[in-house]
Design a protein. Structure first.
Length: 158
Protein backbone atom coordinates (compact mmCIF):
# COMPACT_ATOMS: atom_id res chain seq x y z
CA UNK A 1 0.00 0.00 0.00
CA UNK A 2 1.39 3.38 -0.98
CA UNK A 3 1.54 6.39 1.30
CA UNK A 4 -1.33 8.05 -0.61
CA UNK A 5 -3.45 4.91 -0.23
CA UNK A 6 -2.71 4.77 3.51
CA UNK A 7 -3.62 8.42 3.92
CA UNK A 8 -6.76 7.94 1.85
CA UNK A 9 -7.84 4.90 3.88
CA UNK A 10 -7.11 6.74 7.14
CA UNK A 11 -9.17 9.71 5.95
CA UNK A 12 -11.95 7.32 4.95
CA UNK A 13 -11.84 5.74 8.41
CA UNK A 14 -11.89 9.15 10.11
CA UNK A 15 -14.84 10.20 7.93
CA UNK A 16 -16.68 6.93 8.72
CA UNK A 17 -16.14 7.47 12.44
CA UNK A 18 -16.99 11.17 12.43
CA UNK A 19 -19.98 11.15 10.06
CA UNK A 20 -21.38 7.65 10.32
CA UNK A 21 -20.68 6.87 13.99
CA UNK A 22 -18.79 3.67 13.13
CA UNK A 23 -17.01 2.26 16.19
CA UNK A 24 -14.97 -0.86 16.80
CA UNK A 25 -16.71 -3.63 18.71
CA UNK A 26 -16.10 -3.78 22.47
CA UNK A 27 -15.02 -7.19 23.71
CA UNK A 28 -17.74 -8.96 25.73
CA UNK A 29 -15.45 -9.46 28.74
CA UNK A 30 -14.87 -5.70 29.20
CA UNK A 31 -16.49 -4.60 32.50
CA UNK A 32 -19.73 -2.64 32.25
CA UNK A 33 -18.24 0.50 33.82
CA UNK A 34 -15.45 0.57 31.23
CA UNK A 35 -17.91 -0.06 28.36
CA UNK A 36 -19.97 2.91 29.57
CA UNK A 37 -16.84 5.06 29.75
CA UNK A 38 -15.78 4.09 26.21
CA UNK A 39 -19.19 4.75 24.71
CA UNK A 40 -19.49 8.10 26.52
CA UNK A 41 -16.10 9.12 25.08
CA UNK A 42 -17.43 8.26 21.60
CA UNK A 43 -20.28 10.77 21.85
CA UNK A 44 -20.69 12.86 18.70
CA UNK A 45 -21.31 15.90 20.88
CA UNK A 46 -18.13 17.07 22.64
CA UNK A 47 -20.06 18.50 25.62
CA UNK A 48 -21.49 15.00 26.27
CA UNK A 49 -18.01 13.46 26.56
CA UNK A 50 -16.58 13.13 30.08
CA UNK A 51 -13.75 15.48 31.09
CA UNK A 52 -10.29 13.94 31.48
CA UNK A 53 -10.32 14.15 35.29
CA UNK A 54 -13.54 12.08 35.34
CA UNK A 55 -11.99 9.53 32.96
CA UNK A 56 -8.91 9.25 35.18
CA UNK A 57 -11.07 8.92 38.29
CA UNK A 58 -13.16 6.12 36.73
CA UNK A 59 -10.03 4.23 35.57
CA UNK A 60 -8.32 4.61 38.98
CA UNK A 61 -11.45 3.39 40.77
CA UNK A 62 -11.69 0.39 38.46
CA UNK A 63 -8.01 -0.41 38.96
CA UNK A 64 -8.42 -0.26 42.76
CA UNK A 65 -11.46 -2.55 42.57
CA UNK A 66 -9.49 -5.01 40.44
CA UNK A 67 -6.62 -5.01 42.95
CA UNK A 68 -9.04 -5.60 45.85
CA UNK A 69 -10.78 -8.40 43.95
CA UNK A 70 -7.46 -10.01 43.07
CA UNK A 71 -6.27 -9.73 46.68
CA UNK A 72 -9.46 -11.30 48.02
CA UNK A 73 -9.25 -14.15 45.50
CA UNK A 74 -5.62 -14.79 46.51
CA UNK A 75 -6.57 -14.61 50.18
CA UNK A 76 -9.37 -17.14 49.68
CA UNK A 77 -7.00 -19.49 47.83
CA UNK A 78 -4.41 -19.14 50.60
CA UNK A 79 -7.03 -19.84 53.27
CA UNK A 80 -8.18 -22.93 51.36
CA UNK A 81 -4.59 -24.20 51.11
CA UNK A 82 -4.05 -23.59 54.84
CA UNK A 83 -7.27 -25.48 55.60
CA UNK A 84 -6.11 -28.41 53.44
CA UNK A 85 -2.74 -28.45 55.20
CA UNK A 86 -4.44 -28.33 58.60
CA UNK A 87 -6.76 -31.19 57.60
CA UNK A 88 -3.82 -33.24 56.33
CA UNK A 89 -1.86 -32.59 59.53
CA UNK A 90 -4.88 -33.60 61.61
CA UNK A 91 -5.33 -36.75 59.53
CA UNK A 92 -1.68 -37.76 59.93
CA UNK A 93 -1.72 -37.06 63.66
CA UNK A 94 -4.96 -39.01 64.08
CA UNK A 95 -3.52 -41.95 62.12
CA UNK A 96 -0.37 -41.89 64.25
CA UNK A 97 -2.40 -41.81 67.48
CA UNK A 98 -4.56 -44.71 66.32
CA UNK A 99 -1.54 -46.81 65.34
CA UNK A 100 0.30 -46.04 68.55
CA UNK A 101 -2.76 -46.85 70.71
CA UNK A 102 -3.20 -50.13 68.92
CA UNK A 103 0.52 -50.79 68.48
CA UNK A 104 -0.15 -51.29 64.82
CA UNK A 105 2.97 -52.48 62.96
CA UNK A 106 2.86 -49.51 60.59
CA UNK A 107 3.02 -46.87 63.33
CA UNK A 108 6.68 -46.23 62.56
CA UNK A 109 5.79 -45.47 58.94
CA UNK A 110 3.11 -43.02 60.07
CA UNK A 111 5.56 -41.29 62.41
CA UNK A 112 8.07 -40.91 59.58
CA UNK A 113 5.32 -39.63 57.25
CA UNK A 114 4.14 -37.14 59.87
CA UNK A 115 7.67 -35.92 60.53
CA UNK A 116 8.41 -35.47 56.81
CA UNK A 117 5.07 -33.72 56.24
CA UNK A 118 5.50 -31.32 59.13
CA UNK A 119 9.02 -30.50 57.91
CA UNK A 120 8.24 -30.13 54.19
CA UNK A 121 4.43 -29.83 53.95
CA UNK A 122 4.58 -32.60 51.34
CA UNK A 123 2.86 -35.89 51.96
CA UNK A 124 4.97 -38.93 51.03
CA UNK A 125 3.71 -42.42 50.32
CA UNK A 126 4.32 -45.48 52.47
CA UNK A 127 6.55 -46.81 49.69
CA UNK A 128 8.72 -43.69 49.83
CA UNK A 129 9.01 -44.10 53.61
CA UNK A 130 10.07 -47.72 53.18
CA UNK A 131 12.63 -46.75 50.50
CA UNK A 132 14.02 -44.06 52.80
CA UNK A 133 14.11 -46.61 55.60
CA UNK A 134 15.95 -49.21 53.55
CA UNK A 135 18.54 -46.64 52.46
CA UNK A 136 18.86 -45.43 56.03
CA UNK A 137 19.21 -49.00 57.34
CA UNK A 138 21.81 -49.79 54.68
CA UNK A 139 23.79 -46.68 55.60
CA UNK A 140 23.65 -47.47 59.29
CA UNK A 141 24.81 -51.04 58.61
CA UNK A 142 27.72 -49.75 56.52
CA UNK A 143 28.55 -47.22 59.22
CA UNK A 144 28.38 -49.82 61.98
CA UNK A 145 30.51 -52.24 59.92
CA UNK A 146 33.12 -49.59 59.25
CA UNK A 147 33.08 -48.56 62.92
CA UNK A 148 33.54 -52.19 63.89
CA UNK A 149 36.46 -52.52 61.47
CA UNK A 150 38.01 -49.33 62.79
CA UNK A 151 37.53 -50.57 66.33
CA UNK A 152 39.14 -53.90 65.46
CA UNK A 153 41.97 -52.16 63.67
CA UNK A 154 42.51 -49.86 66.62
CA UNK A 155 42.44 -52.82 68.99
CA UNK A 156 45.20 -54.50 67.02
CA UNK A 157 47.24 -51.33 66.70
CA UNK A 158 47.15 -50.58 70.42
Amino acid sequence: MTEDQKQGSEQGLVAAIAHNGIRPPIAPDVPKSIKQLITSCWSGMPNKRPPIDEIVNILETKAKEDVRTSASVKKAAMEEKEKQLKDTRSSIIEEARFNMRNLHPSYEIVIVKATKFLATEKLISNEEVKETWYVSLARSEVTSCSNTRRGNHMAYSN
